[in-house]
Design a protein around this ligand. Structure first.
Ligand SMILES: [Zn+2]
Length: 257
C-alpha cells in the first residue's frame, strides 16, 4: 500500500494525527494575587511599592479567573498562590536573581528563609505533589500554568493574545501546543496565538523544574500566557477567551484512530 501525501483536490485521504494520551490535568496559577502577608508589610510601605503591587508586576491580572474556569470545566485540581510575586517569585528557582524583588531581597537571611518556608516551597510542593499523585497512578498528566502578560513592555507592543510555552525538546508538549493552537485559531481566527512567546517555555520556571522530576511520557508542562488587554477586567472579552481556550483544549481529548 502506498501512502501518498497530497495537497488540495487530489488528496486520497487524510492520515489522522497519532492520538495524544493525556489522562489527567493539573492547573496552577503562580501569580494569582497581590497579597502581602502581615510579616512583610513593612517592606511595602512606600507609594512605589503600592503602585508596583497594583500593576502587572504585582500579579497576573485575570489569570486566576482563567485558571479557576478551566479547572472547573475539566474537573481538575487547581493550585494557586495569592501572595504577590513581588514578595517571592513562585515561578523562579532558588538561586535565580529575580527570586526576590527589590522590596524583599534586602530582608535579613532568616526572614528570607521563613518566607521561602511559609510561602514559596508550599506552593511549589503542592503542584509537584498533585502531578505526582497522577503520575504514580500511571496517568500521563498535563500541567497548565496559567499566566498573563502586559500588553506593552518597555515601549514594545506584544504581538499576541495567547502564548503557549513548551519545551521544544519534548515532542508531546510540542504536538499538543501545535494542535491546541490550530483549534483555537479555527474557533477564533482573530486571536493571535504564538508558541514560546512572549517567553521561552524552557526558561527557568515551575514547568522547567518539574520536567527534571517527571519524564516526558508522564508529564507535559505548558505555560499559558494571556494578554492582559483581554484578561485584566471582568467581562465578555475575558470570558470569551477562556471559553475558546477550554473548547479548543477539549477538542484534543484522547480520540481513537
Ligand atoms: Zn505569571
Amino acid at each position: 500500500m502506498i501512502f501518498r501525501v497530497a495537497r488540495g483536490a487530489d488528496r486520497l485521504f487524510e492520515l489522522p494525527m497519532p492520538p495524544l494520551a493525556i489522562d489527567a490535568l493539573v492547573v496552577s496559577c503562580e501569580h494569582a494575587g497581590n497579597r502581602v502577608p502581615e510579616r512583610y508589610r513593612a517592606a511595602f510601605q512606600t507609594a512605589r511599592a503600592t503602585a508596583a503591587l497594583e500593576s502587572h508586576r504585582g500579579y497576573d491580572l485575570g489569570a486566576l479567573f482563567v485558571a479557576e474556569t478551566l479547572a472547573k470545566r475539566f474537573a481538575a485540581e487547581l493550585i494557586y498562590s495569592d501572595v504577590s510575586r513581588l514578595v517571592v517569585e513562585f515561578n523562579k528557582s532558588i538561586g535565580h536573581p529575580k527570586l526576590m524583588s527589590e522590596f524583599t531581597r534586602h530582608l535579613d537571611r532568616t526572614a528570607r528563609e521563613v518566607l521561602l518556608r511559609d510561602h514559596y516551597f508550599p506552593h511549589r510542593e503542592r503542584v509537584e505533589a498533585a502531578v505526582r499523585r497522577h503520575v504514580t497512578g500511571g496517568r500521563t498528566t498535563l500541567h497548565l500554568g496559567i499566566h498573563s502578560f502586559a500588553p506593552t513592555l518597555g515601549g514594545r507592543v506584544r504581538q499576541a493574545e495567547i502564548g503557549l510555552l513548551y519545551d521544544p525538546q519534548r515532542a508531546q508538549e510540542k504536538e499538543l501546543c501545535a494542535r491546541w493552537r490550530r483549534s483555537i485559531c479555527s474557533l477564533a481566527p482573530e486571536l493571535r496565538v504564538r508558541r514560546n512567546y512572549p517567553y521561552r517555555g524552557d526558561a527557568d520556571g515551575l514547568t522547567t523544574t518539574l520536567r527534571r522530576v517527571f519524564p516526558p511520557e508522564a508529564y507535559l508542562g505548558i505555560e499559558v500566557e494571556l494578554n492582559q488587554a483581554l484578561t485584566a477586567s471582568a467581562g465578555e472579552a475575558r470570558e470569551a477567551l477562556t471559553e475558546v481556550l477550554g473548547e479548543a483544549l477539549a477538542a484534543q481529548r484522547r480520540c481513537s484512530v
